[in-house]
Design a protein around this ligand. Structure first.
Ligand SMILES: [Zn+2]
Length: 261
């Protein structure tokens, strides 16, 4: 299934644009164009010189199909989104995901604390709690990224064939964290199963992150998985640190710990 003809204006700008800025989604080879525009609107998809397959078959596909392929963690779909489109929503997506996370923690905090203070004070405290949760979620996210970058920097002699583009990697990590948007529906609709759902969402986000790293740096699965794990490790260390300084951090780890007991 899919739409007929490439979708111009979504990344593909023809042969006139900068050379070798696209990638073959099958073999990761650089390509100069995704399709060629012959006269009178006759378009032909470029065939990769290296693998003899279309450089990017997804330019013909419907965005929903591409999203489904991305959810299935297909490397081809990741390459299409990260290299061959100029998608530019990572900043907004990051803020929105952090808001989801802050809301979830804040919601759990409300659930656990029953206060008898006056209404005004409660409202003020709750608002302040939300900002605090947002700040903590941001710090943990930062720790996660620092962990990943530190690991990749240490591993760079073995993994990097070329100088890695860390800006592109950050963008890929932010985009591939889109699974966090599921936090809110999980909280709203799955009351009894929430802890399990949260764990599954976490696994999904980490898998997507790992796949994004693998695609951007063109490294093997094991290294990208280790990078994500070291990010998680630093994030957990951060959570532990917050708990030590006795902030009431209701982060994922803290929730799981209290529910396991
Ligand atoms: Zn190819």
């Amino acid at each position: 299934g899919g739409r007929c003809g490439p979708r111009p204006g979504k990344g593909a700008e023809g042969p006139a644009s900068a050379p070798s800025c696209y990638r073959c989604i099958e073999c990761n080879r650089e390509a100069r164009e995704l399709y060629r525009d012959y006269s009178h609107g006759v378009l032909k998809i470029t065939i990769c010189k290296s693998c003899q397959k279309p450089v990017d078959k997804y330019i013909e596909y419907d965005p929903v199909i591409i999203l489904i392929n991305a959810i299935l963690c297909k490397a081809q779909a990741y390459r299409h989104i990260l290299f061959n489109t100029k998608i530019n929503i990572h900043g907004k997506l990051c803020v929105f995901c952090l808001l989801c996370e802050a809301y979830l923690r804040w919601w759990q905090l409300q659930d656990s604390s029953q206060s008898t203070a006056p209404d005004d004070l409660i409202r003020y405290t709750r608002e302040w709690d939300f900002y605090r949760m947002f700040a903590i979620a941001s710090l943990e996210q930062t720790a996660f990224f620092i962990g990943i970058f530190a690991f990749l920097w240490l591993e760079r002699p073995r993994t990097a064939k070329k100088k890695p583009n860390f800006f592109l990697l950050l963008k890929a990590l932010l985009l591939s964290s889109y699974g966090k948007l599921l936090l809110i529906p999980a909280v709203i609709w799955e009351h009894d199963y929430t802890p399990l759902c949260l764990k599954l969402i976490k696994v999904f986000v980490l898998t997507s992150n790992s796949q994004a790293i693998r695609v951007i740096l063109n490294i093997n699965r094991m290294v990208s998985l280790l990078a994500v794990l070291s990010g998680s490790l630093l994030e957990s260390a951060m959570v532990y640190f917050f708990q030590r300084v006795e902030w009431d951090v209701s982060s994922d780890c803290a929730i799981y710990k209290s529910q396991d007991l």
